[in-house]
Design a binder for this molecule. Sequence first.
Ligand SMILES: O=C(O)CCC(=O)C(=O)O
Length: 286
Amino acid sequence: MTNMMKLTEQQRVHWATDGYLHLKNVLTPEEVEAFSQEVDSMRQVPGWEPSPEGPRGHYTWMDHTPDLDTTGNMDRRELLPYHSSFIDLVDRPNVFDLIVDIMGPYLLLSMTQAIVRTPSETFGGYIHTDGGEALRRIRVTETSRPLAMKAMYLLTDMNETGIGNFTVFPGSHMRPFPEDASPATLNPKTPGAVQLCGSAGDCIIFPHSLWHGPSPNPNGEARKTLLYNYCQLFVRAYDFETVASVKDRCTPRQRRLMGDLGHPFRPGSYTYAPEDQVEVIMNGAG
Ligand SMILES: O=C(O)CCC(=O)C(=O)O
């Protein structure tokens, strides 16, 4: 049994004030390559993709990714069934330990996603919070655990700005933001925006309440990322469809993170966790 990692004091201050952490080299180059190939091959098979006609932010089950070119746009949800490596990433210690330190042990995996963003002369980027309209109006205090947070794994180098970088507004998780502003006034070039650089294999973690989004990428390379979201247990997951199909390939901790409490749903069962919740999530560690 090994103890789980915790944030350093410096990381704790950065998390509280800026609202994100940049974790370097959490995936090896070999893992980056393997994940990248898995994302490429997932284009050919059915899965959840943004709904062409449906409401904003809704996905639909499609026979394949609309663009089969591996450098084309892609936005696939519910990754776990595609390969066991996607299941392993659910609680990969060098990221998950810190997520538990931030969120506490009463948490769930709420969503997985792979995005490929292609260069485009017309895409102006966009800024948003995660979790839809409701969560952006909930700003927990700097000493509170977040309601939900995301781990974003870079599978492509972002060594300079202006190439579709992931962009954040540091500190915006703590203050009211002009959420109804038009894209002309609130976009990745609005004063206060910081385009993050990083290398393939890095991971950026941030709470859902941090304003963020992709910057324009007029002529760089396509950017590939994996996204793993976590929420407090009482909030419930929002990608749930495929969990049953992977349960037999998961460890007890992974199953618990996918909402398997060890007994059928009962009213109250996600608000008062099973007695072994802390032990299962901490893998018996302190
Ligand atoms: O691809 C990106 O840069 C942004 C992804 C994003 O905005 C998100 O995960 O919510």
